[in-house]
Design a protein around this ligand. Structure first.
Ligand SMILES: [Zn+2]
Length: 170
């Protein structure tokens, strides 16, 4: 495989981390530091403790049979950040993602439903430290974002630990 290194400068002229492009149309190497919106980076949606423990490469290009490209994932995650996560962050401050994108293998490992929006990068699980915090986040998401699925989880558990939110597929 031959790739050329690109160094990108942002508007202020500062050099950002390099990434590699192997074809004109598909980015095959993901840059975890890539900014999707002012407060969220790609790495936050790819990292997974379960993936590390089971040696699963949680990027679309490593799972062509899943039918999603890296570029499609980045476009979906960017929408999720812009339409849902940034508006929430403006109201609550720091937002911690506990699960973003999941390849099929990882989704099966964590017990996700087969058609989960996590498979397309259209859903995120947001950390909450209490049931009250979960309810407040859900209310803000309902009021201020065009979110599709909104689930306070774990369902059936008295103590809530995360909020699942998604945007509709276009
Ligand atoms: Zn979820």
């Amino acid at each position: 495989m031959s790739g050329k290194e690109l160094r990108i400068r942002n508007q202020s002229g500062a050099e950002q981390s390099p990434f590699y492009i192997y074809s004109e149309t598909m980015q095959t190497t993901m840059n975890y530091e890539q900014r999707l919106s002012p407060h969220f980076t790609l790495g936050e949606f790819l990292r997974s403790g379960t993936a590390i423990r089971h040696n699963i490469r949680n990027v679309p290009s490593a799972h062509p049979q899943d039918g999603l490209t890296n570029d499609e994932l980045i476009a979906n995650l960017t929408r999720l950040c812009t339409e849902v996560l940034e508006p929430l962050r403006r109201r609550v401050g720091r937002v911690t993602i506990t699960s973003g994108y999941r390849c099929k293998e990882l989704n099966a490992r964590v017990g996700g439903v087969p058609k989960s929006h996590h498979l397309q990068g259209l859903a995120a699980d947001i950390y909450v430290s209490s049931t009250a915090m979960a309810e407040r986040y859900a209310q803000l998401l309902r009021l201020y974002t065009p979110c599709d699925e909104l689930i306070i989880e774990p369902v059936g558990d008295r103590r809530k630990r995360w909020v699942h939110v998604s945007v509709k597929q276009k």
